[in-house]
Design a protein around this ligand. Structure first.
Ligand SMILES: Cc1ncc(COP(=O)(O)O)c(C=O)c1O
Length: 371
């Protein structure tokens, strides 16, 4: 069974060229940037640009393992600082772990919500002469005080494929004087032609929403602009292989789609789905929402909830949507008693989909299965 379908939409007319698109949002940040195929590759480039190889870098302990692959490859020692239950950084713990060889600190905005300790992390970095790497992998369109997340660090980045209907991609922002934005960086830029993967993505997205081949072709434009999206698939259990495979330039399809996707529609729909999950689950004793409020400016990635019985929550939605516990922690954190709280949380924190193609009614149907 798939998500209860919403009424079939007609493909929208092409956006007029004056219309705001995701591409214009990224351009409007006013920060030099490069495209990469993924946030992992953006992070790799950030570590190189900041001269981190041979040093150690502080990063949050609450992460999927793939994020640490660039560290292993570049001989950067990851030092994991603790992350509290509200996903705020433990800045005192980070400070206790740094030494003369520490070159940078990574800050993460979880699920598109601004990291609550961002200012303290900036202050810590200034005190110890560290660069700040602003990891906003989770949501391209989220802002704090009107400014895009990912643009707060000396270097920062955001994944395009997590919250937008595109097959791959990330934006790497250069904000600080320690990076020369004109420097040549490997694995940045856009491929100059469409590939089989691009066509396969389009076919998959269209097939998931259209009944006939003719209609599928028309619906394709709609898929790229705002609506039908292949749901996010959690990383495989082969983080190294996945990292190696992403060592290519960003697809031409993602680059084209950015000039057609309506950022307001994506944000409005994602916020509505998030709010609907909250309406259904926030008063249910079996679940504790990670975020009690949805501040203005946030475009959420998922609706994360801590479940008493995560397996039965995941099971109740199986076959309808993909819900899963997150994350599989990196080695050095997974199973380490020093990070007991993170290990416990990663077993119980379940991500419920809040993507732009869902309507509040879809969420109602899904929530009914949970009860
Ligand atoms: C905090 C964080 N950073 C980076 C990444 C990697 O993103 P990408 O899949 O674009 O490489 C992830 C993946 O989930 C993540 O959660």
């Amino acid at each position: 069974m798939s998500i209860p379908s919403s009424p079939r939409r007609r493909p929208w007319p092409l956006l007029p060229s004056s219309r705001r698109t995701v591409r214009s949002v990224v351009d409007g940040a006013g920060v030099p940037y490069r495209f990469c195929s993924s946030s992992k590759i953006a992070l790799r480039n950030a570590l190189v640009a900041l001269g981190c190889p041979g040093t150690n870098v502080l990063l949050p302990s609450y992460l999927p393992p793939g994020v640490v692959e660039p560290f292993h490859e570049l001989d950067v020692e990851p030092r994991f600082y603790r992350v509290a239950d509200d996903l705020s950084a433990d800045v005192a713990d980070a400070e206790a772990r740094l030494d003369d060889e520490t070159s940078a600190i990574v800050v993460v905005h979880y699920f598109g919500f601004p990291q609550p300790r961002l200012d303290e992390i900036r202050a810590l970095a200034d005190r110890h002469d560290l660069a700040v790497i602003d990891n906003n992998s989770h949501s391209t369109l989220s802002r704090r005080d009107g400014r895009l997340l990912g643009t707060f660090g000396d270097v920062g980045f955001t994944s395009l494929h997590k919250t937008l209907p595109v097959p791959d991609g990330a934006v790497l922002y250069f904000n600080g004087p320690c990076v020369d934005p004109t420097e040549r960086l490997p694995l940045t830029g856009v491929r100059d032609r469409y590939t089989c993967d691009d066509y396969r993505y389009c076919a998959g997205a269209a097939a998931s929403s259209a009944g006939s081949v003719g209609e599928a072709a028309l619906e394709l434009l709609d898929c790229l602009r705002n609506g039908d999206n292949k749901p996010y698939v959690p990383p495989s259990d082969d983080p190294l292989g996945e990292y190696q495979r992403s060592k290519v330039r960003m697809s031409k399809l993602s680059s084209t789609a950015l000039t057609r996707i309506d950022p307001v529609a994506v944000t409005v729909n994602r916020r509505a789905a998030f709010a609907r999950w909250h309406h259904h689950l926030s008063d249910d004793d079996r679940f504790a929402p990670v975020f009690e409020h949805l501040p203005p400016g946030v475009c959420p990635w998922f609706y994360p909830v801590v479940a008493d019985d995560p397996a039965s929550l995941v099971e109740s939605l199986a076959g309808a949507v993909s819900a899963f516990a997150w994350p599989t922690l990196p080695s050095g954190v997974r199973g380490d008693p020093d990070y007991r709280a993170e290990n416990e949380r990663s077993r119980r924190l379940v991500l419920l989909p809040a993507h732009q193609d869902m309507t509040p009614r879809d969420v109602d149907h899904l929530a009914a299965r949970v009860r």
